[in-house]
Design a binder for this molecule. Structure first.
Ligand code: SF4
Length: 536
């Protein structure tokens, strides 16, 4: 079989192509972005399958679901917090009868390298009652993705592929298989299985619950779960995903290897867990993310088995696992480390690129805020979140995509005067427009500053979904008064002019919107094909 050197994300993408997908949809978000990037390049080179960035994860999910409604295979990709945005169609799609396979590739970010939290998507798969596969290697990422389509069509359910940053963003040899053709276009054999009116939904929900025993049987029989019982061992170890690699890295240092269960599929293969528990007095659970298996086990096993992991303190309760952490949990002495005393580098927090247009907008905002006394600036997710750090120190919140406008509205309605919401053009389209409609309906006294850099810069400078000129129509279309709507140039020579516009609108006791336009420097270089370093 041919081999390719692939990132974990790329292995998923190529496997989806080889599994015969017709479409792929995503919203960019680290560490999942490279899946669709690869599929876009593949489409460019080979003419298909169809692949596209979407306005947000919910629209991406619904578009993928539409492909499956038409009987064909699709993949939808997002980072873990993106699944919160797509949660409505995601959970409900478990109740329809999927006849075209759907794989939901979700990349978690334990350790929060580029995220607001380290939520574990396995809980979501459990909540929606769908199968989940968790690869430990790039090869497994490829093989599991292919298999996930068959599992999806066998059970009529979406299947989650749970990735983590270290797997998504590391590269190795992967053996790849043959290309499978697309499914025939075909409507659902029973149309009412897709119409979730209460009568149908109750029937579909009962059917989903009834299928759980078959899904569990599939998981327990799966080749991705490996149980190795060693005679006479009192310690058992359970690994999931890439924690197996950390375990293997240390196992040679142990006097005798413990009994071992590796879990690669969910629902948790309970029979294997019980077999391990019957064999051992103590079980150490090594899993990246939440203590998902550990917590479940506390409900599955009799009290005599000692369970160790994140909940009981043998592993840290937060953050990524590492070979060193696993080594300590196995009771092994720490390996010698290089003494770096006196060689420590100064802390270098991330910064906006030199000449970034957001910097000019923040200088204008700071100037506008001066003299107002009590002010409040909510903000959102993108390169511009770095405005929270010196030298700008201009923004005071970043909670989730699109929260800036709604939070500003709530703060203004609570009585805070001079409230500004800062949001990027991509984030505004992702999930800011509905909040702006709320604010326009109430004519809330607040100012929305849309930083339009004509790119989704932070995730690798993806092109905007719509041109800048069309943002204006959206803002006016939701009811913002034209006399309180301005477009300014985010140029260093226009800082004072922009500050004056912002200041005047902050004095207005109603809603105002200012769009500061200037292309991201890196996007500009990309379009001009001039090499330039990405600054954040
Ligand atoms: S990538 Fe673009 S938007 Fe982000 S900091 Fe650099 S210039 Fe600014």
């Amino acid at each position: 079989m041919p081999q390719r050197i692939l990132l974990g994300d790329e292995a998923v993408a190529l496997a989806a192509v080889h599994a015969g997908i017709s479409t792929a949809y995503a919203y960019p978000g680290t560490p999942s972005t490279e899946i669709l990037e690869y599929l876009l390049e593949h489409k460019e080179r080979e003419g298909g399958p169809h692949a596209a960035w979407c306005a947000n994860e919910k629209t991406a999910y619904e578009e993928a679901l539409g492909t499956c409604f038409a009987g064909r295979r699709s993949i939808v990709c997002m980072k873990h917090v993106g699944l919160n945005v797509a949660a409505d169609p995601f959970v409900n799609s478990a109740l329809v009868s999927m006849h075209g396979g759907l794989v939901v590739a979700v990349a978690d970010d334990p350790g929060m390298h580029s995220s607001q939290n380290e939520q574990d998507s396995r809980w979501y798969a459990d909540f929606a009652r769908i199968p989940c596969l968790e690869p430990a290697t790039q090869q497994e990422a490829y093989d599991m993705t292919r298999e996930a389509y068959d599992v999806s069509e066998r059970f009529g359910l979406p299947v989650m592929l749970r990735l983590v940053t270290r797997l998504s963003h590391s590269r190795t040899n992967v053996q790849v298989g043959e290309m499978r053709g697309e499914n025939e276009l075909q409507k659902a054999p029973k149309a009412d299985t897709w119409v979730l009116l209460p009568g149908n939904a109750r029937r579909q929900w009962s059917s989903l619950v009834a299928r759980q025993k078959d899904v569990l049987a599939w998981s327990e029989a799966s080749r991705w779960n490996l149980l190795n019982l060693r005679p006479g061992r009192t310690l058992g170890v359970i690994t999931t995903g890439i924690a197996r690699n950390y375990y293997r890295e240390n196992i040679g240092a142990m006097k005798e290897a413990p009994s071992h269960l590796h879990i690669g599929t969910y629902p948790i293969p309970e029979a294997h867990v019980r077999a391990l528990a019957a064999h051992c007095d103590e079980i150490l659970v090594l899993e990246d993310g939440y203590p998902y298996v550990e917590r479940m086990m506390r409900g599955i096993l009799p009290g005599k088995t000692k369970i160790m992991g994140r909940m009981s303190g043998e592993l840290p309760p937060t953050g990524e696992l590492s070979p060193e952490i696993v080594r300590a949990a196995l009771g092994l002495p720490a390996l010698p480390v290089l003494d770096l005393d006196g060689l420590l580098l100064p802390n270098r927090p991330p910064q906006l690129c030199q000449g970034c247009p957001h910097g000019h907008s923040y200088n204008a905002l700071k100037e506008a805020l001066e003299g107002f006394g009590a002010t409040m600036v909510t903000a959102d997710i993108g390169c511009y979140t770095l405005g929270a750090l010196p030298p700008y120190s201009s923004i005071e919140s970043c909670v989730c995509m699109g929260a800036s406008i709604g939070m500003a509205k709530g703060a203004a309605e609570a009585g805070f005067e001079h409230v500004v919401a800062v949001i990027g053009d991509g984030t505004f389209l992702h999930s800011g427009t509905a909040s702006l409609a709320d604010a326009a309906a109430a004519d809330t006294p607040m100012t929305v500053l849309i930083l339009d850099n004509q790119a989704t810069a932070m995730t690798g400078v993806q092109d905007p979904l719509i041109a800048s000129s069309r943002l204006q129509a959206i803002v006016l279309g939701v009811g913002v008064k034209p006399e309180h709507f301005h477009i300014v140039d985010a140029h260093p020579r226009k800082v004072h002019e922009t500050a004056a516009v912002l200041r005047k609108e902050m004095e207005h006791r109603g809603l105002s919107v200012v769009i500061a336009v200037r292309e991201c420097k890196v996007a500009h270089a990309k379009h001009a094909r001039i090499p330039e370093a990405v600054g954040s």
